[in-house]
Design a protein around this ligand. Structure first.
Ligand SMILES: Cc1ncc(COP(=O)(O)O)c(C=O)c1O
Length: 397
């Protein structure tokens, strides 16, 4: 009787045992967010610079279009997206980058997050090796792993402005062949950007070696040091991933897009039909109208730019004088190795004592990340100024 019960327990355990591929690491920033929430619940005024999203809502044009659409049926759309939205996205490339993109190559996705899944599934086989930059956005490696591909982490250097280079890519490819490479400019967590020549060099090296190139352009529009270059201007073979989350302040709407080479359109369409049917319709309608709200978004961008200046000028005076080039997105990646060998502990202490929340670099770089913390400056001017002041007073103690 007892033996039967034990066997049943064992079987039950086996039935719900999670797959190995689901064993991806958590996001450490969540620990900082939870600690910040506990402090706030206790009445402490915390400055949030840990979460990578704008504080502002979507453009008013997007919100109005969504409100109007709510009067009617919200039905499935074509798997590739509402045709007028695909055309509007294609026009965006002509307007902003002077590049002709055929709307048939544009695919609407559930945020850029779904774009990665569709890109990896349509481009790679199980076991394929895909290069990514370190430091980098953690889900790149976790999605690749979950899908059975192997992320190949290439350390970036100050000399290469913290970006992948053709030379580093080729060195990794010679060690063991690569099938793909993914790069972002502006990048998260570094906020650094690749000049057009650097991006062209990387894409050229990749394509010459038969390596597929994926460009994460989610922070396009948020460029301060120099204009960001789209990979669409440099190659018709690149897979481009973008999103309404950051520039258009639509993180929770879960809407993005891809531009893919013509032979990939139908495979991605079939995947999307089966994985998602279509992208949330209300968000697609709002996204199309978001393009008419660019003036509002440009205002916000000027605000980020002002915050950037406050941090770039203020943090060195406050004691944090080493950080990567603050080119774009809304991140500043600071080297705190003068103060700690453990950035998680530093971030926790800064939160507890200075009441400023930032993200430890360990999420983005398992090795060097212990030396860095990331500040997001997409909040208010008051927050940027208060953060500099609080950090200065705290480091002075
Ligand atoms: C570099 C980068 N790519 C992609 C994403 C995913 O964004 P979403 O799925 O909202 O488009 C993020 C989110 O923070 C990011 O930082």
């Amino acid at each position: 009787m007892r033996e039967k019960a034990v066997n049943m327990l064992e079987m039950a355990k086996r039935l719900v045992a999670p797959s190995l591929r689901s064993d991806v690491p958590p996001f450490m920033v969540m620990d900082v967010m939870a600690a910040a929430a506990r402090l706030e619940a206790a009445g402490v005024d915390v400055i949030h610079m840990e979460v990578g999203q704008p504080a502002a809502p979507a453009p008013s044009t997007a919100r109005a279009a969504a409100r109007a659409a709510l009067g009617g049926a919200i039905a499935y759309t074509e798997a590739l997206g509402i045709p007028s939205l695909r055309r509007r996205i294609a026009r965006h490339y002509a307007d902003i980058h002077g590049v002709d993109v055929d709307p048939s190559r544009v695919i609407v996705t559930t945020g850029s997050s779904a774009g990665f899944i569709l890109a990896f599934l349509s481009l790679f086989e199980l076991g394929d090796r895909v290069a990514i930059a370190v430091p980098g956005y953690p889900p790149y490696r976790h999605i690749l792993t979950a899908l059975g591909c192997e992320p190949v982490m290439i350390e970036t250097t100050a000399a290469a402005r913290w970006a992948l280079t053709g030379e580093a890519l080729m060195a990794a490819h010679r060690a063991r062949p690569l099938k793909g490479v993914l790069a972002a400019s502006p990048a998260n967590p570094t906020g650094t950007m690749m000049k057009a020549e650097a991006l062209a060099d990387l894409i050229g090296a990749a394509h010459d070696a038969g390596i597929r190139f994926i460009s994460d352009e989610i922070y396009h529009g948020l460029d301060y040091a120099f204009p960001a270059t789209t990979a669409a201007r440099l190659s018709d073979q690149a897979v481009i991933i973008n999103s309404f989350s950051k520039y258009f302040c639509m993180t929770g709407w879960r809407i993005g897009w891809m531009v893919v080479p013509p032979p990939l359109v139908r495979p991605v369409e079939r995947l999307q039909q089966n994985l998602a049917i279509s992208v949330p319709t209300l968000s697609q309608i709002a996204a199309e109208a978001a393009f008419d709200g660019r003036a509002e978004m440009e205002e916000l961008k000027h605000g980020y730019e002002a915050n950037r200046r406050i941090l770039v000028e203020g943090l060195p005076k406050a004691g944090l004088d080493r950080f990567l080039p603050v080119d774009g997105a809304f991140y500043l990646y600071a080297d705190v190795s003068r103060f700690t060998a453990d950035s998680l502990e530093f971030a926790q202490r800064m939160l507890a004592e200075a009441h400023v929340a930032a993200t430890p670099g360990v999420d983005f770089d398992p090795v060097q990340g212990k030396k860095f913390i990331r500040f997001c400056y997409a909040g208010s001017r008051h927050d940027a100024e208060a953060a500099v002041e609080r950090i200065g007073a705290w480091l002075d103690r």
